[in-house]
Design a protein. Sequence first.
Length: 411
Amino acid sequence: MSADPLIDSLLAALDARPDDLPLRLHLAGLLIDAGRGAEAIAQAGQALARDPGNAQAQAVMQRALGVPAAEPVAPLAQRAVPAGDDPLAAYEQELADVVPPRFARAGDEREPVQGDDDRVYDVESPPVRLADVGGMAAVKERLELAFLGPLRNPELRRMYGKSLRGGLMLYGPPGCGKTFLARAVAGEMGAKFVSLSIVDVLDMWIGNSERNLHELFEAARRSAPCVLFLDEIDALGHKRSQVSSSSMRTLGNQLLAELDGMEGDNEGVFVLAATNTPWDVDPALRRPGRLDRVVLVLPPDAEARAAILEYHLRERPIANIDLRRLVAATEDYSGADLAHLCETAAEFAMADSVRAGVVRMIEQRDLERALSEVRPSTRPWLSTARNVAMFANEGGVYDDLVAYLKRRKLL
């Protein structure tokens, strides 16, 4: 029995009326005054559980925890700012612990590289490795022979006279992981990674596009060993015979000169290019010493599809998913298609939860329903590739594609 009869009476009253918040908070205040802080915290916690926004309950909890009451803060407009200072800068400094800065700082993931004309290029150190890429055994083997093996064995490289210069073009349907694979190669090599697309190069003023292209190659040379990734190479190096713009033809010539190393030493710069339409790339880019190796990146096989589906479902609430059935039903689906499939199934489960007012797991029925809506995006590409394989396979460039189409009985 407590020594304070009033507290005992209030405790008995609360047993009969547990939702009486004023009574509970009054009791918590008496407990604080009596030096019984732990009991006061328990009473204030029960009050906040019933009404989280109750200001009086929050104040009592602060008292029970020994937190000093916050001083009233004057509105920003009423505060004095030193004459001649920037008000926004003063307020930002004052609220630095609460409000994030107006402009984000560069993170540790990217390392800025200064160009000759004060332009700054982002040079990354990708954290991914080839082990993070599901399937693609043939592609990984080709990359091992072309790049990774010579890099890991410098003595053998010198013995056989193998240069670290080189270029390789990845081609295949959209959404099948060409960009991710290029990052994984850089990560596997422990090399830097510079990505280049046509938007990084084009400029309205004559000569500036060529200068931008040169500066991007220079950034890669300064960061060697480095993987320079040329995304959508068909846009940057389109067949010059089909280009009507003289500026684009000049830009294509500049790209050839950079790949040849005429403007600098490309030792330690590994050029990887990606395209969905290799038949639109200028043949001069595939000359030996430039992008002389071509690798077909196909839609993910069964092993890769299982890994991709597991990856995109790993942080979602799922129950009774038949992964083998999904893998069998998603042939020709790209990695992007599989990600969209999981997203669509999540939308269906969430919509049902909203309508029913009860949260439920993502089930096989949601993925089956998503399969009826999400179609593989690679089939139009395969249809076009079939025509190329039949009528435009000069020199056996697309022999890998022909073999794949025959294996799939599409040719």
